[in-house]
Design a protein around this ligand. Sequence first.
Ligand SMILES: Cc1cc2nc3c(=O)[nH]c(=O)nc-3n(C[C@H](O)[C@H](O)[C@H](O)COP(=O)(O)O)c2cc1C
Length: 157
Amino acid sequence: MKVLVAYDTYTGTTEKCAKILAEKFKEARIINLAKGYGVVLNEYDCVVVGSYVHAGKISKRVKKFCEKNIENLRGKKIGIFLCMLGEEKDFEEYVSRNFSSQFLDLVKAKDYFGGELNYERMNFVFRFILKLIVKNTKPKLGVREEKIENFAKQLMD
Ligand SMILES: Cc1cc2nc3c(=O)[nH]c(=O)nc-3n(C[C@H](O)[C@H](O)[C@H](O)COP(=O)(O)O)c2cc1C
């Protein structure tokens, strides 16, 4: 099975997860949507999109990629993963808020892989906001490797 993992990252966590995920498959290509993509989707049996979440919203590039390619994605195994600090309930809300129901109908696997706080890669405002949020909500930090493993298995079935 040929797999494409298309992602967008702000501080590097989504990229890290895209790489861990891609390693689970024999034939996988990774593309960073911020760097443009000259990619022929017909070549792939499975397409996974990965994004960070900022204030409840996924990356605009990921959103655009899903909307623009919806017709070419039909008939393929589709996966969505998000890197975020929230948990299951937030994840379900972000998914329904950010992806169209037509796109969600195509999805075989979806999950969140956890989130990190790479303050050194954030601008001053984001760093300030995130420190406040973390102080108040004390989220569980870190990439959930077991979720990535399960996600890959679902797509291989
Ligand atoms: C400005 C900003 C806003 C964020 N908003 C949310 C949010 O609404 N919900 C959430 O679960 N995580 C939120 N996060 C956490 C990120 O999604 C998390 O740190 C993720 O790992 C970032 O992925 P990246 O390193 O690929 O950018 C936010 C992070 C930043 C910097």
